[in-house]
Write a protein that binds this ligand. Structure first.
Ligand SMILES: [Zn+2]
Length: 498
């Protein structure tokens, strides 16, 4: 008889340092699939899970799947509504043989620092101890004791930029099927060390330190009795007790081995901490230095205002430095500012406008600036992703405009959206490679499109909730010692969760 496998979860990354709270309307305008609607998903992690379940001839029991671009914590109302619906649908789907949960691992809700642990524990209470629960996570997850103790297996993406959600979904479904036939009896250990760095050197490609660590982690899967390994670079913009990065190992019925392999990975991670911490420039330094570089484009990486990490995207810190540069260079810069976009739309294409730009959504990080420019382009902001978690998904920036201020073109959007490659720019028919300077607001995905072509690249130190270094962030719940606030920690031992 076909096994009945429930599939459902909430996949969101959140930020405690800034950004806007995520309410239900954010999921409704991004991804919110209920019941049978979940079965229409063919890409990303849920698509991967369903594809493998089809191969197994298992019967999927779709629950609910919600995903959205990062932001501040999920509002208490929204979290309660999604959690309740997920769990009610799970209870209605009983009896089941297994549960697959596509989660993120760095979600936050108002009043709940560990939504994933909370959802897994609640699901465990419903399905009982005997039904296996396999969970997929982003490799930027914060692995908590509840997640490890209440799930049978946690499997993370293996790539960053994230390209393997589909494969991770398939791996999860496959492991679950091996458990159901008795071919696998997962025993799991997570070992972490207090290394809190941004994702700037966190690529799994090439020579990044994280890539080295990932290769070593995945090589362990070739050993006998190792079912799965994962490496985590924690999303560093949460403020939660016990945060850390490290390795998770799932063995076949050998907890001691899982524990010792995971501890080894965590100690390796600690040894590479300095390599993971980036050097930064001020925008003015980068513009002066980059101006002397031959060729274009020169990338100005304002990672502190990354929508994909939870920021509002409304900073003009780098744009202001471009406007103040002695010779205003040709440049492209993005900013999320619904009121400025509305003024451009009201004025019409070709009009000259004077408006207050920036820092309207999350005003903690800077002040708006009065600018005068010409409205060059207008759009409704619709575009389609061509890769990553949202491949093929239609997204909307809301009313969008291109404002030309001298030789600087500002892409003014009404809504924050996740940066995958250059979809937002192409939606306005702009080729960012035409400018000397190009401002990107993410720590990694810019490499997909621009890094191979860039003449120079500067990681900036600017105000915002997703900075390149966590050295000067004052955490409340994360207590010292941790790197980079503490370069050395005496008698450091990994924290091991089983
Ligand atoms: Zn991630």
């Amino acid at each position: 008889m076909a096994s009945n496998i429930a599939v459902g979860g909430v996949l969101t990354e959140c930020n405690h340092l800034g950004g806007l709270p995520i309410d239900l309307s954010v999921y409704e305008s991004s991804e919110l699939y209920r019941g049978d609607q979940v079965l229409t998903l063919s890409t990303s992690v849920v698509g991967g899970m369903l594809s493998d379940l089809r191969v197994q001839r298992a019967a999927p029991r779709p629950l609910l799947f919600a995903a959205a671009c990062s932001g501040g914590p999920i509002t208490a109302d929204c979290y309660s509504q999604l959690r309740t619906e997920l769990l009610e649908r799970l209870a209605q789907s009983l009896p089941i043989d297994g549960l697959l949960m596509p989660l993120h691992g760095a979600a936050l809700a108002e009043g709940e620092d560990d939504p994933e642990g909370d959802m897994i524990r609640a699901a465990r209470d419903i399905v009982g101890a005997a039904v296996p629960i396999v969970v997929t996570l982003d490799l930027h997850a914060n692995i908590t004791p509840t997640m490890v103790s209440c799930a049978d297996a946690l499997l993370a993406w293996e790539t960053y930029p994230h390209r393997d959600q589909f494969d991770t979904g398939r791996r999860a479904a496959r492991l679950l099927s091996q458990m159901l036939t008795g071919a696998a009896r997962p025993t799991m250990a997570m070992a972490k060390v207090p290394v809190i760095t941004s994702a700037i050197h966190g690529s799994t490609d090439g020579n990044d330190p994280f890539a080295d660590l990932m290769r070593k982690t995945k090589a362990l899967e070739q050993q006998d009795n190792v079912l799965s390994t994962s490496l985590f670079l924690i999303h560093p913009y949460m403020d939660v007790a016990g945060m850390g990065s490290g390795g998770l190992v799932i063995t076949d019925n050998d907890l001691d081995r899982a524990r010792s392999l995971a501890s080894e990975l965590a100690l390796d991670y600690w040894a590479r901490r300095h390599d993971l911490e980036p050097a930064t420039w001020t925008p003015a330094e980068a513009i002066a230095h980059g101006g002397a570089v031959a060729g274009a484009p020169v990338l100005l990486v304002e990672t502190a205002d990354c929508c994909g990490g939870g920021a509002a995207g409304d900073s003009i810190a780098t744009l202001a430095a471009l406007l103040d540069a002695p010779e205003k260079p040709a440049a492209f810069a993005p900013v999320v500012d619904p009121s400025a976009a509305a003024i451009c739309h009201a004025a019409g294409s070709g009009s000259q406008v004077t408006l207050e730009l920036g820092h309207h959504l999350d005003p903690r990080w800077g002040k708006p600036r009065t600018v005068t420019g010409t409205v060059e382009k207008l759009s409704d902001g619709r575009f389609t992703y061509t890769g990553g978690q949202w491949e093929g998904h239609h997204e909307q920036m809301g009313p969008t405009a291109v404002l030309a201020i001298d030789r600087i073109k500002v892409l003014i959007m009404s809504r924050a959206t996740y940066d995958w490659a250059d979809e937002q720019w192409r939606a306005l028919d702009l080729n960012p490679l035409d400018a000397k300077f190009f401002v990107v607001k993410n720590p990694m995905n810019y490499r997909l499109t621009f890094a191979p072509l860039a003449a120079g690249c500067y990681i900036l130190d600017t105000p915002g909730p997703t900075p390149a270094s966590l050295k000067h962030v004052r955490f409340q719940k994360l207590t010292r010692p941790y790197f980079p606030a503490d370069a050395e920690i005496e008698a450091l031992a990994p924290t091991v969760l089983t």
